[in-house]
Design a protein around this ligand. Structure first.
Ligand code: ADP
Ligand code: ZN
Ligand code: ZN
Length: 713
C-alpha cells in the first residue's frame, strides 16, 4: 500500500501497487511520484494480489474491495504486553479450593480454577474471552494469592506445554486409527510435496476429525510450511483452542471477534514475521499473511458463516481452494454433514473423500423418534409439546438429567402451511416456499410469482391454514407452565446480545445449573454437554419452509447436528423430532443419520430445478432509496439480460427481495440460472452497463451480485 498524490489538488490517498511495468500507458510528464510506502505485504510473490483478482472476477466486486479483504488494513500496531494468568498455589491446594468454590456455587471461580488445573498458565484474553471470567473475579483471586497475573513482553509460549502432552496422548495406548492414518498420510504427502489437492474428511462428531487435522498440521509444519485452520466462530470453543495450544504451544495463534483490532494486527504481524506456524479463526483467518502455507483446514465446511454477506460476497471454501491452488497447498475440509456442493465434487472425483466411520468416544448414536404433529392436532393436543415428548421431559427431570429444546428458526420468514395435512404452499415455478406479505398475498422471492393466500387447504380442504408464530420465548413460557419445578435457560439472539453471555449460558448449563435449555440453532453447534440425554426439536418444519433452495439441506444438517447432542458420554440419548411432514426426505434421512440417501434425493431436486451444484445461480440485487428507481432499474436489467441470454439459461424476476426494504433502501432482485460460468460473467457485465448508463439517479442506487447464494438476497 502506498500513499500517492491524487487528483488536481494532489490530495494524499492510499492505493495498492498491483504490478510493476517499464512502460507507462500515459505521458511521462503526467506521472507523479509516490509519496511514501504505507505497508509492505508478505503474502508470497504476488499471490495475495492474484487472489484478489480472482475474487473480483469470480464474485463481481471491485478490485479495491477485494484487495481490502485480502490485505485488511488493521491500523497501527502498538507493541503489546501480553498478560497471562497462572496458578499461585500448588495443585493440591488448588483442588481443595475448587471443591470449596463449587460447593458455594462460585461458578466463575470454579471455572477458572479447573481451567488452570488443566494448564497452569494461560493468556488472560483466553480466560476473559472464551471462558467468560470477569476482571473482578481475576482481581479478587489474585489479591487472595490464588492466582498471579504475569506480564510477558516477548510473545512466548502461552501455555508452556508442547511435545510432551502430545506424546501423552499416544502414551496412553491411543493411536490414530487406520482410517485417520490414511487421511493424514495422503494429505501431508500432498502438502509436503507441493501438490495441490482438496479432500473431504467425512465423519460424525467424535469420529476423530480434529485429531486428523492436528496430526496432518504437525507433519506439514515439520516440513517448514504453515497452516490455516478455519472454524466457525460459534464452534470455536475453549476446549478446541486448548487442544491446538497443547500441540503447537506458542507457535499457534487465534483470531476471533473478542480480540481488539490491535490484538488482531499483532497476530497477523506474528504470522508475517514467521513467529507462528498455525493460525486458527473464522473466515477472515484465511488471509493470514503466511509466507508459505502448506495446508488449509476448514472444519464444519458446510457452515453458512463461511459465506461473506457483504461485497465481495466470497465463499471461504472456494476462496481457500483458490488460495491453496496458488500456493500448491492441500485443502482439507471436514464435516459430519458435508455441503451438497462438496460431496458432489467428491462423487465426481474432483475432491478426495476420506470417511471416518466410528465414534471413538465409544457410545452409540441416540434413538430418534419422529412425532407426527398432524396426529396430535387430530387428537386435540394443541400445545407445543407432543404427549410423547412431554412424557420424556418429565422422565428426565425425575432422573435429574438434562434436556435441550430446539427451535430452528433460521431462514424462516413466514411460510403458510396446512396444519392438518402438512402441505406448504410453494411457487409453481421455483419449488420453494411462498412467503406471506403484508398485502395478504403469497410471494416467491426468486421469480416474483404471487397468488392470493388460500382460505382452505387445496389438498385436504382443512381450514387450519397458518404461519408458524412460536418463538423461543413462548417455548420457555410453555415449559414453565408444564414443568414448574424445572430450572430453564434460554439462548437466542436476544439473550446473547451482550458480550460473553453466550459462553456464560453454555457454561452454566454444562455445570448443570439448569435442567432445560431452550434455544435457536446456536445451541446445537459443537458443544458437549455430558448431562444431556434428551433433545427435542419442536418444529423441524421451520427450516424446511425457508424460502430458498437450500431449505432441505439446512434442515438435514440442523437435525443431524441436534441429534448428535444427545447422550454424548456414558448415558444413552433420545431425540424427538416433531413435524407436520414426517415423510419428508430431509426428516426421514436425518432421523436415520443417512447422509448418502439424503444427498441422492437432494441432487434429484437440484438438477430438476437447475439449482447449484447442478447449475449456477447468480443473484443480482438492486438497492435504491426510491422505490420507482429500484423497480425500473431491475426491470431494465432483466430486459437487457433476457435479450442477450442463451436459450439454455433461465432469467427469473424481477422481484422484490426477501427483505424488501432495509436501512431505507428498497431491494429488487433478478436471478439467473446457468451451467456456464462465462455466460454469467457476460450477464454481469451487461447489468453493470445498464446500471452505469442509467445516469444519475435521484437518490442512492446500488448494484450487487451474489454467486450461488447461501442466504439469498
Ligand atoms: P471430531 O473432531 O470428529 O469431533 P475428535 O478429534 O474431537 O473428533 O475426537 C473425539 C474424541 O476421540 C476426542 O476425545 C479424541 O481425543 C478422541 N480420539 C481421537 N482419535 C483417537 C484415537 N485414534 N484413539 C483414541 N481416541 C481418539
Ligand atoms: Zn391440508
Ligand atoms: Zn418462483
Amino acid at each position: 500500500m502506498v500513499k500517492v498524490p491524487f487528483g488536481q489538488g494532489d490530495t494524499p490517498r492510499n492505493g495498492y501497487v498491483v504490478s510493476v511495468s517499464d512502460e507507462a500507458p500515459i505521458e511521462a510528464d503526467k506521472i507523479k511520484e509516490i509519496l511514501s510506502v504505507v505497508s509492505v505485504q508478505a503474502m508470497g510473490e504476488g499471490i495475495g494480489i492474484a487472489l484478489a483478482g480472482w475474487m473480483c472476477s469470480r464474485y463481481g466486486s471491485t478490485m479495491l474491495s477485494a484487495l481490502k479483504i485480502v490485505f485488511p488494513d488493521l491500523g497501527k500496531r502498538k507493541p503489546a504486553v501480553r498478560k497471562e494468568i497462572e496458578l499461585a498455589v500448588d495443585r493440591e491446594e488448588a483442588e481443595g479450593l475448587l471443591q470449596e468454590f463449587a460447593r458455594r456455587h462460585n461458578t466463575a471461580r470454579a471455572r477458572l480454577l479447573s481451567a488452570l488445573l488443566e494448564l497452569e498458565r494461560q493468556p488472560r484474553s483466553l480466560i476473559t474471552g472464551k471462558l467468560g471470567i470477569s476482571s473482578t473475579v481475576i482481581k479478587s483471586l489474585s489479591e487472595q494469592g490464588v492466582i498471579r497475573i504475569v506480564d510477558s513482553e516477548e510473545l512466548r509460549d502461552p501455555v508452556r506445554v508442547d511435545g510432551e502432552e502430545y506424546s501423552a496422548f499416544y502414551g496412553l495406548g491411543a493411536r490414530l486409527s487406520d482410517e485417520q492414518e490414511e487421511a493424514v498420510r495422503q494429505v501431508t504427502e500432498d502438502a509436503v510435496n507441493r501438490r495441490h489437492s482438496v479432500s473431504l474428511l467425512f465423519g460424525i462428531t467424535g469420529s476423530g476429525k480434529t485429531e486428523v487435522y492436528i496430526s496432518a498440521i504437525r507433519e506439514v509444519v515439520r516440513a517448514g510450511r504453515q497452516a490455516i485452520v478455519l472454524i466457525p466462530e460459534i464452534s470455536l470453543t475453549y476446549q478446541t483452542l486448548l487442544r491446538f495450544y497443547r500441540h503447537f504451544g506458542n507457535r499457534v495463534s487465534v483470531i476471533h471477534s473478542m480480540l481488539s483490532p490491535a490484538e488482531r494486527a499483532d497476530q497477523f504481524e506474528r504470522a508475517r514475521r514467521g513467529e507462528i506456524d498455525v493460525m486458527i479463526g473464522p473466515r477472515s483467518a484465511l488471509f493470514t499473511p503466511f509466507k508459505d502455507p502448506g495446508i488449509i483446514v476448514i472444519d464444519e465446511e458446510h457452515e453458512n458463516s463461511y459465506k461473506n454477506e457483504a461485497m465481495p460476497r466470497y465463499h471461504a471454501r472456494e476462496t481457500a481452494a483458490e488460495l491453496a491452488r496458488l500456493h500448491d497447498a492441500a485443502l482439507l475440509l471436514g464435516s459430519a454433514t458435508p455441503s451438497v456442493e462438496t460431496y458432489d465434487r467428491c462423487m465426481k472425483g474432483e475432491y478426495r473423500l476420506f470417511r471416518l466411520t466410528r465414534r471413538l468416544t465409544g457410545q452409540d448414536l441416540p434413538d430418534v423418534h419422529v412425532i407426527d404433529l398432524r396426529r396430535e392436532l387430530k387428537e386435540g393436543n394443541r400445545s407445543v409439546f407432543s404427549r410423547d415428548l412431554a412424557r420424556a421431559i418429565q422422565d428426565r427431570l425425575d432422573r435429574g438429567e438434562q434436556c435441550m429444546l430446539f427451535l430452528n428458526r433460521r431462514g424462516y420468514l413466514g411460510a403458510m402451511t396446512c396444519r392438518s395435512c402438512g402441505t406448504v404452499f410453494k411457487c409453481p415455478h421455483c419449488d420453494v416456499s411462498l412467503v406471506l406479505h403484508r398485502d395478504g398475498r403469497l410471494h416467491c422471492h426468486y421469480c416474483g410469482y404471487s397468488a392470493p393466500s388460500p382460505k382452505t387447504c387445496p389438498e385436504c380442504g382443512s381450514p387450519y391454514i397458518a404461519g408458524f408464530k412460536a418463538g423461543t420465548e413462548q417455548v420457555e413460557k410453555a415449559v414453565k407452565e408444564m414443568f414448574p419445578a424445572a430450572r430453564t435457560l434460554r439462548m437466542d439472539g436476544d439473550t446473547t446480545r451482550k458480550k460473553d453471555s453466550y459462553d456464560r449460558i453454555l457454561q452454566s448449563f454444562s455445570q448443570h445449573e439448569a435442567d432445560i435449555l431452550v434455544g435457536t440453532q446456536m445451541i446445537v453447534k459443537g458443544h458437549d454437554f455430558p448431562g444431556v440425554t434428551l433433545v427435542g426439536i419442536l418444529l423441524a418444519d421451520l427450516s424446511l419452509y425457508a424460502s430458498d433452495f437450500r431449505a432441505s439441506e439446512r434442515t438435514f444438517q440442523l437435525l443431524t447436528q441436534a441429534a448428535g447432542r444427545a447422550g454424548r458420554r456414558q448415558m444413552p440419548g433420545e431425540v424427538f423430532i416433531q413435524t407436520y411432514k414426517p415423510d419428508h426426505y430431509a426428516i426421514r434421512y436425518a432421523s436415520g443419520q443417512d447422509y448418502e440417501s439424503f444427498y441422492e434425493e437432494e441432487m434429484k431436486y437440484r438438477s430438476l430445478m437447475g439449482y447449484p451444484p447442478s447449475s449456477h445461480l447468480m443473484g443480482i440485487q438492486i438497492q435504491a432509496s426510491s422505490e420507482d428507481d429500484g423497480e425500473a432499474l431491475a426491470g431494465e436489467i432483466f430486459m437487457a439480460v433476457t435479450a442477450a441470454a442463451d436459450p439454455e439459461d433461465n432469467i427469473l424476476g424481477p422481484s422484490k427481495a426477501a427483505i424488501g426494504r432495509m436501512r431505507d433502501l428498497y431491494r429488487y432482485v433478478v436471478y439467473i440460472k446457468s451451467r456456464d460460468y462465462d455466460r454469467l460473467e457476460k450477464y454481469r457485465e451487461i447489468s453493470e452497463e445498464v446500471f452505469k448508463a442509467g445516469g444519475p439517479a435521484a437518490g442512492e442506487l446500488y448494484l450487487q451480485f451474489d454467486l450461488d447464494p447461501v442466504q439469498g438476497f
